[in-house]
Design a protein. Structure first.
Length: 149
């Protein structure tokens, strides 16, 4: 049983703690209790490691440009659709590695996505294409506050 636990633990590059080792052994048809695995791992001084998660860093605050005033603070809660839209970009991890980028615009009144765009690169055109899509579908009146970071 020690060899089986050792094979699973080291075969998964020390990422599996007792629960995952037990599940892997059960899938191999080996029935063993989690606490028994835990004691064995502690006796061998095997401790699972947690890799640091990767978070893309894309904001460059060293540009020297002044930010626009936040008009949303003055607006308060929107009272009609297409009064204020906000946008953000989300990172979508791909199964083979790498990322896709999803830019979306949200109407603050209805909380509905009014425009979106996905691309393999995160450039200014991504958020602009998503905005153009929203504007062509919704045709907002003048006075729309479009807020993006």
């Amino acid at each position: 049983m020690t060899n089986s636990v050792q094979d699973v633990f080291w075969g998964n590059r020390r990422r599996y703690a007792s629960r995952r080792v037990q599940k892997a052994l059960q899938e191999q048809g080996i029935e063993v209790g989690r606490h028994q695995i835990r004691r064995l791992m502690k006796r061998q001084n095997w401790q699972a490691i947690q890799p640091r998660s990767f978070v893309p860093r894309t904001t460059d605050s060293r540009h020297g440009l002044q930010a626009c005033p936040n008009l949303l603070l003055e607006l308060g809660q929107p009272v009609r659709p297409d009064q204020a839209w906000v946008s953000d970009i989300t990172y979508l991890p791909l199964s083979g590695g790498g990322w896709l980028y999803l830019a979306s615009w949200l109407d603050l009144f209805s909380r509905r996505v009014v425009g979106w765009c996905v691309d393999v690169t995160m450039e200014e055109s991504l958020i602009i294409r998503a905005f153009d899509q929203a504007a062509s579908l919704r045709r907002p009146q003048s006075g729309l506050i479009a807020h993006s970071d």
